[in-house]
Design a protein around this ligand. Structure first.
Ligand SMILES: [Zn+2]
Length: 362
């Protein structure tokens, strides 16, 4: 059984007590020496704001690389909490985070603050949906993909194309990595390349497993493209990749498909029909990597102390400031303060919904 510490946690993730002895020019000296960045480029990175959607394996690697590189502000959006099975590939988390079931956005922020307190981190323990995408991604200079599903990627694509914001699609499954830079108005968008969810990429980590090296490969490529975009700009960077790049590390098969121009008649960037942005009442979805269903509730503020008392007679209950966990064999429910829940032990949405209705509310 997963343990969950009962003590409360300091919600201030902006930094510890370590003295700020680092001199900015010294910290980034090796990067400034690289001609593509230089002192002027480093200043641009310090002023940049990046939104990272999803902080699992790819999101962790992206956030880690860009925070160390000196990107000024990172907003980390993730709906999930750390589990032991994440530690093989999710580089910002440790065993304590898993034992405490810490939300990934919070754990990531604490870890980054420990190695670069100069980066402003804004953790959001939320599921990106059509109703909050504006609030969560507004004001970003660039959006990076750390998600594990096409539903969220299409939503990000619609938002980014609508606002003419650059974003970078990244995915890794098995030993396979794939990535695409989307510069609205210049290059193909995600819907140009994949009008529907691609079959091969519907495989999840649960069915095919994943190598941590595939994650780090895709994150390294995407983070470098992000640096080019921020330092040189989308229009002026001749080295910015304008292809859909895929690489299988196990077989060494690799391919690039041109994405230099938007596809005529593309639903998103051509017809500007943003069906994912307009989407309401999204279905309950099954998460990657485990036997679980998420209940998309955001309007039901939960008093954890009160809920803990209510659930005590029905199973084992633990809570901290961020999550409440309820074990009711064979199910494990993780409840967030806004009412959202992840129910483990089933892939049947009806079972999950009825469990939620019985113990949380209908
Ligand atoms: Zn398009």
């Amino acid at each position: 059984m997963t343990s969950l510490a009962r003590e409360t946690h300091d919600s201030d993730v902006s930094g510890g007590s370590s003295p700020r002895t680092s001199d900015l020019s010294d910290r980034y000296s090796r990067q400034i020496l690289f001609p593509g960045i230089g002192a002027a480029g480093q200043q641009k990175l310090a002023a940049a704001r990046i939104g990272i959607v999803g902080c699992g394996a790819t999101g962790s690697a992206l956030a880690g690389l860009l925070a160390r590189a000196g990107v000024g502000s990172l907003r980390i959006i993730d709906r999930d909490y750390v589990e032991p099975s994440n530690l093989q590939r999710q580089s910002l988390f440790d065993e304590t985070d898993a034992a405490e079931s810490l939300p990934k956005a919070i754990a990531a922020s604490r870890k980054i603050a420990a190695f670069n307190s100069e980066v402003e981190i804004d953790p959001k323990v939320e599921d990106l949906t059509p109703s909050n995408v504006e609030a969560l991604l507004e004001g970003m200079d660039l959006i990076l993909d750390g998600t594990d599903n096409f539903e969220t990627r299409y939503l990000v694509n619609d938002y980014a194309v609508d606002r003419s914001l650059p974003w970078i699609y990244s995915a890794a499954v098995g030993s396979y990595a794939v990535t695409l830079n989307v510069l609205p108005g210049q290059t193909a968008c995600l819907a140009c390349m994949f009008p529907d969810s691609p079959r091969g990429m519907v495989e999840t980590c649960e069915t095919s497993g994943i190598l941590n090296s595939a994650v780090n490969l895709v994150a390294s490529i995407a983070a470098t493209e992000a640096l080019k975009l921020l330092v040189v700009g989308g229009l002026n960077a001749p080295t910015l990749r304008r292809t859909l790049l895929s690489f299988d590390l196990w077989t060494n098969d690799h391919a690039e498909i041109s994405a230099a121009k938007p596809r005529a008649g593309c639903r998103a960037c051509g017809e500007r029909d943003f069906i994912h942005l307009a989407g309401e009442g999204r279905p309950h979805i099954t998460l990657c990597g485990r036997n679980s269903v998420q209940i998309h509730e955001r309007q039901r503020p939960i008093d954890f102390a009160e809920m803990d008392r209510r659930l005590q007679p029905h199973g084992i209950v633990r809570h901290n400031d961020f999550v409440l966990k309820f074990w009711h064999e064979p199910y494990e429910m993780t409840l967030f303060p806004d009412g959202r829940a992840i129910i483990k032990g089933t892939t049947d949405t009806a079972v999950a919904r009825s469990l939620y209705a019985r113990y949380v509310g209908s």
